[in-house]
Design a protein around this ligand. Structure first.
Ligand code: SAM
Length: 271
């Protein structure tokens, strides 16, 4: 039995069968694949995925929907329905029998927790091979943005450090019921075997990146004053042949890594 969609859980169900099939084709699943589906809803994608993959762990936070899914897919031996919040879901515990770096994540996920979900999944980056996600169009543009573009920011750097993101296609808002306010994109985030750049200390790399983009209109020098010593910044600009008035949106990930590594070295007095 269908219940009223819960707005608070981002319940916009994908009813367009053409789009469901397009998503399945784009995921190019193999019969040996283990899939973690986030937010299975009424199983619009779950059944299709189960026909192609070896097994599907269908995660859903809503207990009413879990009851529906369990009944609906009772005869499907390769689907397990899990009543859980993805942000609390420990992939390592659940998939302890799965060969490492082998999980495919698929999710038409609630927009308001897209970033936390991606951050959470990166914590299991040794286990996740690829994520296929439906996200807000503007969010997809931010993820794939390159230096020099208006949408390039700290989250672009974060995702591109761990993975190679790509927009696969656009999904119009009227493919969902109820229709959300904005269009979506179906994206692929393929995890890198190793991060894109070498950081001596990942935490300090991302602290610098976040601080740099906090006030994007400011020059990097101004945004980082009080974070990185002025002398170090000057040395950095000279060593990378960068304009001393460069803005954060013109800094490539390699530049941020070079700056963070230089800073780390200075902290350790390794000069
Ligand atoms: N996959 C279905 C579809 O395509 O029709 C449903 C998509 S709907 C946009 C998002 C689903 O995620 C809802 O069923 C919602 O209950 C579920 N959900 C919301 N927050 C969640 C969370 N933190 N963990 C797991 N599932 C969640």
């Amino acid at each position: 039995m269908r219940t009223k969609p819960k707005k608070s859980l981002g319940q916009n169900f994908l009813f367009d069968k053409n789009v469901q099939n397009k998503i399945l084709r784009a995921c190019a699943l193999r019969s040996s694949d283990t899939v973690l589906e986030i937010g299975a809803g009424y199983g619009a994608l779950t059944g299709l995925i189960s026909q192609e993959a070896q097994r599907v762990a269908a995660l859903e936070i809503d207990s009413d929907l879990c009851a529906y899914l369990r009944e609906h897919f009772a005869a499907f031996s390769n689907i397990s329905v899990i009543h859980q919040d993805i942000l609390k879901f420990d992939l390592r515990k659940h998939f302890s029998d799965t060969a490492s770096s082998d999980i495919t994540v698929i999710g038409n996920i609630p927009y308001y927790i897209t970033s936390p979900i991606i951050e959470h999944l990166f914590e299991f980056r040794d286990m996740v091979k690829v994520m296929y996600l439906t996200v807000q169009k503007e969010f997809a543009e931010r993820i794939i943005a390159v230096p020099g573009s208006k949408t390039y920011g700290s989250f672009s750097c974060f995702v591109q450090y761990h993975a190679v993101p790509k927009i696969l296609f656009l999904i119009k808002k009227n493919s969902f019921k109820p229709a959300p306010k904005v269009d979506s994109c179906f994206i692929r985030i393929a995890l890198r075997p190793r991060p894109a750049v070498e950081a001596k200390n990942e935490a300090s790399l991302f602290t610098i990146i976040r601080k740099a983009f906090n006030q994007r209109r400011k020059t990097l020098r101004n945004s980082l004053s009080g974070v990185v010593p002025e002398k170090k910044l000057s040395e950095f600009f000279i060593s990378r042949a960068l304009d001393a008035d460069i803005r954060p949106e013109d800094m490539a990930l390699e530049d941020f890594a070079a700056l963070a590594n230089m800073y780390e070295q200075a902290l350790k007095g390794e000069k």
